[in-house]
Design a binder for this molecule. Structure first.
Ligand code: ATP
Length: 139
């Protein structure tokens, strides 16, 4: 069964959008198999965003994810094509390019505050689930 890692980032939690994001995945028919609320360590955030370590915004992204002003909600969702469809449901990384009907297209405007994250491949889903949950994501 296919699984992906979806996170509500601190801005999404702070804005009270956790239920909205969960509801969209539930209504679509996906199954929630892992859920945790946490302030990630700097090490976890750096590992999660390792691909972006050379980007100019990397430091502020890690600081933002870990400063504790609001926690992150990490989730594992399961179901048919959930990796690809999860990304479709989130919408484009830059909310200004995200279509209506997507989470980002409906709920935010700024790339630095795009409220959610979703794994972009089977490989990153596996890496992110074990990074945030250990094992396959059950708690
Ligand atoms: P995510 O991994 O969050 O689902 P993504 O895989 O669609 O996003 P990436 O290019 O991996 O996009 O960027 C990861 C995150 O880094 C983005 O979600 C965003 O929060 C942040 N980010 C990306 N580009 C910028 C930028 N130009 N300025 C500020 N933050 C950025």
């Amino acid at each position: 069964k296919e699984r992906t890692f979806i996170a509500v980032k601190p801005d999404g939690v702070q804005r009270g959008l956790v239920a909205e994001i969960i509801a969209r995945f539930e209504r679509r028919g996906y199954k929630l198999v892992g859920l945790k609320l946490l302030v990630p360590s700097v090490g976890l955030a750096k590992e999660h965003y390792a691909d972006l370590s050379s980007k100019p915004f990397f430091k502020s992204l890690v600081e933002y994810m870990t400063n504790g002003k609001a926690p992150v909600v990490g989730m594992v969702w399961e179901g048919p094509s959930v990796i690809k469809q999860g990304r479709v449901m989130l919408g484009a990384t830059d909310p200004k390019a995200a279509g209506p009907g997507t989470i980002r297209g409906d709920l935010c405007l700024s790339i630095g505050r795009n409220i959610c994250h979703g794994s972009d491949s089977a490989e990153s889903a596996m890496k992110e689930i074990s990074l945030w949950f250990g094992g396959r994501g059950e708690i």
